[in-house]
Design a protein around this ligand. Structure first.
Ligand code: ZN
Length: 348
């Protein structure tokens, strides 16, 4: 991470492996030249994934308040945090899901089996990683709506290759979003979208294979964002909502400065309407995650993530990341916020 965020770094940025988090010191930001730096797009990480061939279409300026539901806006789809949590536990019981492992193959099968009835697309590809060549598989379940346009809900399912010799199962990191996304899939199966189509994207290769860098991370998202830019899909995507580490019992969702501001505000306003604003953290972070390659091809993105997992994030990327640190209640909160966000996005 270089350029515009350099001066906003704390002395020792926390390298989170799957994510790198840089605390934005509000006091410090006023000492550097401040707002102009922060308002620059963070093209440092984005450029690595950006397609060279496809021009990025300019989108009209959006305002979050324009998405507030009207009295006649249909209600949000209901999801169950309990069922999402049950699925989380079943999913992580498959074992570690690092690239090339038996658990990874089982995870792909588990996801596909749970998506029965949906239109499934598997984006399989081979990639040279920092740790050698691997086969990867982004799984996309498409639920077709009545309006022209797509809302993408995404989250990764792989676990960390560098933790392959441990019992790391990523209950929160990879498991929580899969649990919730499969619960949303089961609801969409019986209640197809009335508005925009909803695509559930299970990304592969989010985690670094050696050490997190722009090159060694978010492999699946870089591959798919380029593909979507080249084939015109990117222009159809109204919003890309990323779910990551959303199962933490003690839920504090970050304010991510790398996400698209108006979309972050739509999510926040949705959270307020469902009475869950106390779960939004006041602190701001620049988060590197699966959303950045999609932002780089012009798609509005919001990363819904809690990067404070245990005291000082102590459970993150450790064998302590187990289901007992997560809860059905947190998955319910995020599920309610996400479904209300989709409801809001459908007002326009
Ligand atoms: Zn991770």
């Amino acid at each position: 991470m270089t350029g515009s965020h350099q001066s906003l770094r704390v002395d020792t940025p926390v390298r989170a492996g799957g994510l790198m988090i840089v605390a934005v010191l509000l006091a410090a930001s006023s000492l550097v030249t401040g707002s102009c730096r922060q308002s620059q797009p963070a093209t440092d990480t984005a450029s690595a994934a950006q397609s060279q061939s496809a021009p990025i279409a300019q989108r009209p300026e959006m305002h979050a308040e324009d998405f507030d539901p009207k009295p006649d806006t249909p209600p949000a789809l209901k999801v169950s945090g309990e069922r999402a949590f049950k699925t989380l536990k079943e999913f992580v019981a498959l074992g570690p899901r690092y690239l090339g492992s038996e658990g990874h193959t089982k995870a792909e099968q588990f996801i596909v089996n749970h998506l029965e009835g949906a239109q499934i697309e598997q984006d399989r590809f081979n990639v040279q990683t920092a740790a050698g060549p691997f086969a990867m598989d982004n799984i996309i379940a498409k639920f077709t709506g009545k309006k022209d346009g797509v809302i993408v809900l995404a989250g990764h399912y792989d676990t960390n290759l560098p933790l392959k010799n441990t019992s790391f199962i990523g209950a929160n990191d990879g498991g929580s979003n899969v649990g919730l996304m499969l619960e949303i899939a089961s609801q969409l199966r019986t209640h197809p979208p009335e508005g925009y189509s909803v695509w559930l994207l299970f990304t592969d290769g989010e985690e670094a294979t050696v050490n997190w860098t722009d090159e060694d991370s978010v492999y699946g998202s870089k591959q798919l964002a380029k593909k979507w830019a080249d084939d015109g899909t990117a222009a159809k995507v109204k919003a890309f909502l990323l779910l990551d580490m959303i199962g933490d019992k003690d839920l504090h969702l970050e304010h991510d400065t790398n996400s698209t501001p108006w979309l972050v505000d739509v999510v926040y306003r949705a959270g307020k309407r469902v009475g869950q604003e106390s779960h939004f953290s006041a602190r701001s972070n620049s988060i590197q995650d699966d959303h950045l390659p999609f932002r780089a091809v012009g798609i509005p993105v919001a990363d819904i993530i809690d990067l404070d997992y245990g005291f000082e994030n102590i459970y993150h990327h450790t064998t302590e990341d187990t289901p007992d640190k997560c809860s059905a209640a947190s998955l319910q909160v995020v599920g309610d916020i996400v479904m209300e966000t989709i409801r809001a996005l459908n007002t326009r």
